[in-house]
Design a protein around this ligand. Structure first.
Ligand code: AQP
Length: 330
């Protein structure tokens, strides 16, 4: 009998969750929970990478866990926890930082991207440089076989592999080498106002759909999404990124292939198609929002997090003890 594979993933509570997080990550988690053993966490330590108000962080954490549950993550199947409740993440993160090289961290596209957004007269926070080593620790603590990520995070899983291989060869076999698992459709949902750019929760603009925002505003954002020249529903991400992004959203939310979506809508113009996309998104998010509301009122969240953290601590401690023995700290 083949052993059940293990998946680890998390989302950082840096802001309100977006449709990109939903399609690229959460919907995938729901799909995988019946097939794999899963550890899903709220990456609250990662949320400190850039300055954030304590009150806002607390609020984001509360919303994130409620969204996880409302989307159908089942705490009986998935170990669901808050990263900072399991101190081994920070401890192994420290070891991983010392196991990394400045050159490889400087090559991370996300780092270069984040630095490029900081004004030249402003200081660059160290966090945006070293957070991939914490991410490596998040993954390696649990012997993950797979890490479900959107395209933007794939490079960090590759770095994790490099760090694990380096540690294993320096000290002896300690870590499982994980692989990224990227969804076929929706691994990068782009901004509605700039379809060449990823939809991100920290970039608050009219191109981002937030899962918990007013449904009328969501509809308006989709209806005013930037589209391309022409008026035909054609999937061509290079030459027609705007309409292709909307087709991807439609495909991911209806579970239809890109070809099916395009065939079904071939007689639509952009306006008609946008309305159909808006209907699908609003319908899905309206259900989600009412479930989130119920969950937040129910008071079950803290218990679920506590139970999840016990399980995670048990696993993480075993791995960290092993690491400490190998490097000479025990
Ligand atoms: N636009 C996206 N399309 C597809 N997948 C996405 N993910 C994020 N944005 C998109 C996936 O969501 C998971 C959690 O991401 P995260 O919040 O931990 O980090 P991130 O990728 O940096 O997300 P954001 O929204 O862009 O956050 P900020 O703005 O704070 O940097 C990951 O699997 C990610 O791939």
């Amino acid at each position: 009998m083949s052993e059940i594979k293990r998946l680890v993933s998390g989302i950082k509570p840096t802001g309100q969750l977006t449709l990109g997080n939903y399609i690229g990550a959460i919907k995938q988690f729901i799909k995988y929970q019946d097939e794999y053993e899963m550890y899903v966490f709220i990456a609250d330590l990662h949320a400190l990478t850039l300055p954030i108000e304590a009150k806002e962080l607390r609020n984001n954490v509360k919303n994130l866990i409620a969204v996880y549950l409302a989307c159908g993550l089942d705490p009986k199947k998935v170990t669901l926890f808050r990263q900072s409740d399991v101190p081994m993440h920070a401890e192994l993160g420290f070891i991983m930082t010392f196991n990394s090289y400045i050159g490889e961290l400087s090559r991370m596209t996300q780092y270069k991207d984040k630095v490029s957004k900081i004004a030249s007269n402003e200081a660059i926070p160290t966090g945006i440089f070293i957070y991939p080593t914490l991410m490596a620790a998040d993954i390696l603590l649990y012997d993950a076989d797979y890490v479900p990520v959107g395209i933007d995070q794939k490079q960090h899983v590759e770095l994790t592999r490099d760090l694990a291989i380096r540690f294993n060869s320096r000290y002896s076999d300690t870590f499982k080498i994980p692989e990224p698992l990227t969804p076929k459709i929706g691994s990068k949902i782009n901004s509605l106002s700039n379809p060449l750019k990823k939809m991100s929760k920290s970039e608050s603009d009219k191109g981002t759909i937030y899962l918990l925002e007013d449904l009328a505003i969501i509809r308006k954002k989709i209806m005013s999404a930037v589209t391309d020249s022409g008026n035909e529903i054609i999937y061509d991400p290079v030459n027609k990124p705007g309409i292709s992004n909307l087709i991807t959203i439609m495909s991911a939310l209806t579970n239809k292939s890109i070809e099916n979506v395009v065939n079904e809508c071939q007689n639509d113009n952009y306006g008609v198609f946008k309305k159909k996309v808006a209907d699908v998104v609003v319908n899905e998010l309206s259900l989600l929002q009412s479930k989130v509301n119920d969950i937040q009122k129910s008071g079950i969240i803290e218990n679920i997090l506590q139970e999840g953290s016990y399980k995670a601590i048990y696993e993480a401690r075993k791995k960290l003890n092993k690491v400490y023995r190998k490097v000479g700290l025990r």
